[in-house]
Design a protein around this ligand. Structure first.
Ligand SMILES: NC(=O)c1ccc[n+]([C@@H]2O[C@H](COP(=O)([O-])OP(=O)(O)OC[C@H]3O[C@@H](n4cnc5c(N)ncnc54)[C@H](O)[C@@H]3O)[C@@H](O)[C@H]2O)c1
Ligand SMILES: O=C(O)CC[C@@H](O)C(=O)O
Length: 398
């Protein structure tokens, strides 16, 4: 493909990425293609890279969404590769589906719609409608208690909307950010423990990332302590819930229902379960928001080395004042900057501007030089113990 050969950067896509996002990667600089070979960046949604061989050419991964459990983030960090996501960009879409889930569970809408659709035509049609409806009588939401586990972008919106609908909300999030805490309505009650949320909720909704701490966060012991008649809503990830424990609780009629975004063979056909095909972020608006946000982040990183919303890298901004920029990811240990700048000085390079930020065990440095670093100097820096990746970033014309 001649265009691909001419472009400065190659982006391999997996899953359907909104065209509005891809437009942010101009054709003059970016060759974009499904599973393109030797990519500089990978742009995906739920496609799993966990067992994939990620090519040596890859410099960044962009997740057009929130959850990054489909990406081997720790391995990427060791390789000095940032993993970007789109925080909050699909939160409203998920919130709306959670509301739909609460309403459909409270009013028995799925079986009721199935019943109405299944009625055969006949003289007594209207009578059969009226006789049948009794079995689907439900309840209303005001005054009921919604437990929210995880009060980030989605959990915060769900809590706020539930309060506006007259529900009581009890929340649990030991790692809540100050900004998210400020955004919560004052009437959200803070639970002292996760067990307290199970004990006091009519509905319980999960909005945590899937990781080692949240795997099977909903298990048999917690469900045993739940309020009778609980409706569990899972729009987080399948493995946050122990499905076998949920099915047992439903069979014993302790739980009223389980509504989730993750169908599985074990859940198929169960009358107390409603599943959707991972639809939470599937709105035009959310797909566009996520794709635009992550495409812009990838473009800024590839063209200038700056970083916003990487889950494993610090945020780094530096106005471009030189065509000779170098980006270095390194272990966050003493004397890395000293060794890097000494190597540059020994090669006669003058540092025009520099920024260094750290996040956890890794750090990231952007250096603008007054003249170009030779390939040999770049190699010398790459060999410094603790340097994870190094990339000269030429300034490309518009
Ligand atoms: N169904 C879908 O299509 C869909 C769409 C978007 C997000 N998601 C899932 O929802 C998750 C949350 O998305 P978000 O945008 O709200 O993310 P977010 O990062 O804004 O919020 C996650 C919140 O969970 C909290 N948390 C982490 N561990 C916790 C724990 N052990 N107990 C309680 N709280 C904990 C964090 O402190 C944070 O406030 C994503 O990671 C993803 O797995 C699903
Ligand atoms: O891309 C999707 O359709 C799902 C995204 C969602 O699971 C997320 O974590 O943002």
């Amino acid at each position: 493909m001649p265009e691909a050969a001419a472009a400065a950067y190659r982006v391999a896509t997996y899953n359907a990425i909104s065209a509005r996002g891809l437009e942010r990667l101009s054709a003059s600089h970016f060759a974009i293609g499904k599973a393109l070979a030797d990519p500089d960046a990978i742009l995906l949604r739920s496609h799993s890279l966990q067992l994939a061989e990620i090519p040596a050419s890859v410099k960044a991964i962009g997740r057009a969404g929130a959850g990054v459990n489909n990406i081997p983030v720790e391995e990427m960090t060791r390789r000095g590769i940032p993993v970007f996501n789109a925080p909050g960009a699909n939160a409203n879409a998920v919130k709306e589906l959670v509301l739909a889930a609460m309403l459909l569970a409270a009013r028995n809408l799925v079986p009721a719609a199935g019943f109405a659709q299944s009625l055969a035509p006949g003289d007594d049609f209207d009578k059969r409608v009226e006789d049948g409806k009794k079995q689907f009588a439900g309840f209303e939401l005001p005054g009921r208690t919604l437990g929210v586990i995880g009060l980030g972008a989605i959990g915060g919106l769900v809590a706020d909307t539930a309060i506006r609908m007259g529900m009581k909300v009890v929340g649990y999030d030991p790692e809540i950010t100050v900004d998210n805490a400020w955004r919560l309505p004052a009437s959200v009650r803070r639970a002292a423990s996760i067990e307290e949320v199970f004990k006091s909720s009519d509905f319980l909704t999960l909005h945590v990332p899937l990781n080692a701490k949240t795997r099977h966060l909903v298990d048999a012991a917690r469900l045993a302590g739940a309020r009778k008649g609980l409706v569990l809503l899972n729009f987080s990830r399948d493995a946050v819930v122990d499905e076998a424990a949920v099915l047992e609780s439903l069979a014993e009629k302790r739980m009223r229902g389980y509504v989730c975004d993750f169908p599985s063979p074990a859940l198929q056909g169960h009358p107390g379960v409603v599943t959707f095909p991972h639809l939470g972020a599937s709105t035009e608006e959310a797909e566009e928001n996520c794709a635009v946000m992550v495409a812009e982040q990838l473009r800024a990183f590839l063209e200038h080395g700056t970083i916003a919303n990487a889950v494993n890298f610090p945020a780094v901004e530096m106005a471009r004042e030189s065509p000779h920029r170098i980006a270095i990811a390194n272990a966050n240990v003493p004397n890395m900057l000293g060794q890097i700048s000494t190597t540059m000085a020994q090669a006669g390079l003058n540092i025009h501007n520099m920024v260094n930020k750290s996040k956890g065990e890794m750090a990231y440095t952007l250096v603008d030089l007054d003249s170009a670093a030779s390939a040999e100097v770049v190699q010398r820096i790459a060999r410094i113990n603790g340097v994870l990746s190094i990339r000269p970033i030429p300034l490309i014309g518009s």
